[in-house]
Write a protein that binds this ligand. Structure first.
Ligand code: 5GP
Length: 185
């Protein structure tokens, strides 16, 4: 039996989604983060079982065979998936936020029509490009790949329940807090 509500948040690379998510979790203690499994290597500062479950391709394929995912997708040369057991466990206790891309979001919606899909969009594609470049650690080829992917993702935004522009983090968080309160309180 689910106790909590399910919120799916998507947004292109560089849109500032991680900052927004952190702030949301800090403001509401009844929000749990769904930890995905991925085959991509950890980035600096990422923790096993907190940021992701970092697994090998073999383990990921084994989990697919065991039907261990609510949804999974391969993008940017790696697999990402939402493990079913941890999601069910968290939902039995609280509201849950999934940070997944649009293909996964729509698969979740088809299984759980009550899920709320929220899309975070940049003020403009030019601003997204500026933010991606200002990180200073992403090779040009990766930037192009991410911008192409971002253009596709932004076009998917219209199928979400809500689209929130991340111009100022504070305003973006406030808008999402309102959406969550409408569903969860
Ligand atoms: P990153 O490698 O930057 O952490 O994530 C890349 C993309 O993968 C992001 O758009 C993120 O939302 C998405 N993602 C993370 N976990 C999952 C998942 O479990 N399923 C799907 N479909 N996408 C995911």
């Amino acid at each position: 039996m689910s106790k909590g509500n399910l919120f799916v948040i998507s947004g292109a690379s560089g849109v500032g989604k991680n900052t927004v998510l952190k702030e949301l979790m800090a403001r509401r203690d009844d929000l749990l983060f769904s930890v995905s499994a991925t085959t991509r290597p950890p980035r600096e500062g990422e923790q096993e079982a907190v940021s992701y479950y970092f697994v090998s391709h073999d383990t990921f394929r084994q989990m697919i065979r065991e039907d261990a995912f609510v949804e999974y997708d391969d993008h940017m040369d790696n697999y990402y998936g939402t493990p079913r057991a941890q999601l069910e466990d968290k939902l039995s206790r609280a509201n849950v936020i999934l940070d997944i891309e649009p293909n996964g979001a729509f698969r979740v919606r088809s299984q759980r029509p009550d899920a709320t899909l929220i899309f975070i969009t940049p003020p403009s594609v030019e601003e997204l490009e500026r933010r991606l470049r200002s990180r200073g650690d992403t090779p040009e080829e990766q930037i192009r790949l991410r911008l192409d992917r971002a253009a596709w993702e932004i076009a998917q935004g219209e199928k979400y329940d809500y689209v929130v522009v991340n111009d100022r983090v504070e305003a973006c968080v406030d808008a999402i807090m309102k959406i969550i309160a409408e569903r969860a309180d």
